[in-house]
Design a protein around this ligand. Structure first.
Ligand code: SF4
Length: 218
């Protein structure tokens, strides 16, 4: 209990490995079914390699500025430093506050011609923000969609009690890709709990609002 309130003590780690996916890193605020707001924070690098904690597959959070400078892409072998997270239930990435990057081996051009999934340099936060996201099946996120620039694992905070500002935390999968993507599946509807009442259900209704600015092919 004390741990979830006070958090863990972050420690500095070194890591090294090959980038196997780059996705936007986001925070989503939920309040019943009235509101689902996506905040775009930077990127998550999914890396196969090793860290000084002994992890073999791990996620490193980086800022948009860092990605614009380094232009990381899938297949690059890189190393860097970072800090372990303070609140495990709030942050999907294993490591954040990363830096001291070094590219050990730059991948050859890996543009995927036969999208989906879309495997290329990820777009800016402004692009993700403008497109908006739909619910994505978690099993698709883990498999066919994992390398896609439009796939997303969000840090979700649910406003559980407004008066006392108590929140609940979990992780959810979303897709920013074209609505016509043939791989797309929404997955199960998601319940959104609130104190002293039945959970509200997000059954995709909010997806239409979140992506109303684009048509099927965009
Ligand atoms: S469903 Fe979304 S994340 Fe998956 S391949 Fe299609 S656009 Fe990419």
């Amino acid at each position: 209990m004390a741990n979830s309130i006070l958090g863990n003590n972050p420690s500095k780690v070194n890591w090294q490995g090959e980038i196997v996916s780059i996705q936007p890193r986001t925070r989503v605020w939920r309040y019943l079914t009235d509101n689902r707001t996506h905040y775009h924070l930077g990127y998550n690098l999914f890396i196969e390699g090793c860290s000084s904690e002994g992890k073999r597959l791990y996620t490193v959070a980086i800022s948009e500025k860092q990605q614009l400078k380094m232009l990381f892409r899938i297949g690059d072998v890189i190393e860097g430093t970072a800090w372990t997270k303070q609140y495990a239930e709030r942050e999907f990435s294993d490591y954040y506050r990363s830096g001291s990057f070094k590219i050990l081996n730059r991948s050859v051009d890996n543009l995927e011609i036969s999208a989906p999934p879309w495997i290329m340099l990820p777009p800016t936060m402004q692009t993700y923000e403008g497109r908006g996201a739909r619910l994505l099946s978690k099993s698709l996120w883990e498999t066919k969609c994992f390398k896609c620039i439009w796939a997303n694992m969000a840090n979700v905070e649910i406003q559980w009690d407004f008066d006392k500002d108590i929140k609940k935390y979990r992780f959810e999968t979303f897709c920013y890709g074209p609505k016509s993507c043939k791989l797309y599946k929404m997955g199960r509807a998601r319940s959104v709990p609130y104190k002293n009442r039945d959970s509200a259900i997000d059954d995709g209704y909010l997806d239409e609002l979140c992506t109303e600015g684009r048509d099927e092919e965009e």
